[in-house]
Design a protein around this ligand. Structure first.
Ligand code: C2E
Ligand code: MG
Ligand code: MG
Ligand code: MG
Length: 284
């Protein structure tokens, strides 16, 4: 009987593997169609100056409006897009679309606005990246300093020597570089010192339990000291409460992002917030 049990176990295992493989295949087919059918969309989340509270920029966050499944968040499809290589094409679309939107906001008088775009690991290592970035900027007549590219600490440190070369080229192109989800990877301080970056984004895992969690408070002040020593601006993500805002501002955090200041919104709704924000148009 143990033989038949083994057989059943094998069958069960195989069936679930096939089901999973089928699901992945469907997801990939759906992703390909989604490109054609223009089901992707960018949402924008405000980034505010810690001292003034004014909106200084927005982070573009990818969304998929699936005809059957509804709104799908990036964590559910970016890994598949990355495995299939489709992320390169999708990422190029994100860059172009974010730049187009930013230029539209500049035209409306918000000439100081900047936009941040997330890069995946594959996109970051792709030889066409610098060209795609320059192209998106030129086509939309944007100054490179208004575009920030976010790369996670984990991706940046995976092959640190290669990353330094890529970041140097992006730096030469004039765009700003943010190291995203900082504190969740394994940074070598020697490499961090040499990374041509402009910003560190403290991962929201360290922000969540502020101000009462003493370990997180100590880690956040250490990241701030480190970042400022290396002449980097330090941004906190995931700020949800006024207590967190006060705490991070008192510690010297430069800018803040989180639900307290706004959730990621479709471009027209973000624009509405921009129009009604106290800061008003910068007047170009
Ligand atoms: P990320 O770049 O670290 O983006 C921050 C994530 O935290 C976003 O999730 C955002 O909606 C969420 N968030 C912001 N403020 C708060 C808050 O106060 N509380 C909480 N609980 N969450 C907050 P989202 O939009 O689901 O994106 C997840 C990740 O997917 C991003 O993490 C980024 O790594 C990736 N991603 C998003 N858009 C793109 C894209 O266009 N290309 C690539 N390659 N990756 C992207
Ligand atoms: Mg990001
Ligand atoms: Mg992040
Ligand atoms: Mg993240």
């Amino acid at each position: 009987h143990s033989k038949s049990l083994g057989h059943n176990t094998y069958c069960f295992f195989q069936t679930s593997m096939v089901a999973n493989a089928q699901q992945q295949l469907l997801l990939l087919q759906d992703l390909r169609l989604a490109m054609e059918r223009q089901e992707f969309d960018l949402y924008y989340q405000a980034k505010v100056d810690a001292k003034s509270g004014g909106i200084i920029g927005a982070e573009a966050l990818l969304r998929w409006h699936h005809p059957v499944r509804g709104l799908i968040l990036p964590d559910a499809f970016i890994p598949a897009a990355e495995r299939s290589g489709m992320i390169v094409q999708l990422g190029a679309w994100v860059l172009g679309e974010a730049c187009r939107q930013l230029q539209a906001w500049h035209d409306q008088g918000y000439g100081d606005m900047s936009v941040a775009v997330n890069l995946s690991g594959l996109q970051f290592g792709h030889t066409g990246l610098v060209g795609a970035v320059r192209d998106a900027l030129q086509r939309n007549n944007l100054e490179p300093r208004h575009l920030t590219l976010e790369v996670t600490e984990t991706v940046a440190m995976r092959d640190a020597d290669a990353s330094i070369l890529i970041l140097r080229q992006l730096n030469d192109a004039g765009v700003r570089i943010a190291i995203d989800d900082f504190g969740t990877g394994y940074s070598s301080l020697l490499y961090l010192k040499r990374l041509p970056a402009h910003e560190l984004k403290i991962d929201r895992g360290f922000v969540r339990e502020l101000p009462h969690n003493a370990e997180d408070a100590a880690i956040v002040s250490a990241i701030l000291a480190l970042g400022h020593t290396l002449n980097l601006l330090v941004v906190a993500e995931g700020v949800e409460t006024i207590a967190q805002q006060r705490f991070l501002t008192a510690l010297g955090c430069d800018s803040l992002q989180g639900y307290l200041f706004g959730r990621p919104l479709p471009s027209d709704q973000f624009q509405y917030i921009l129009h009604s924000s106290l800061r008003g148009p910068s007047g170009v």
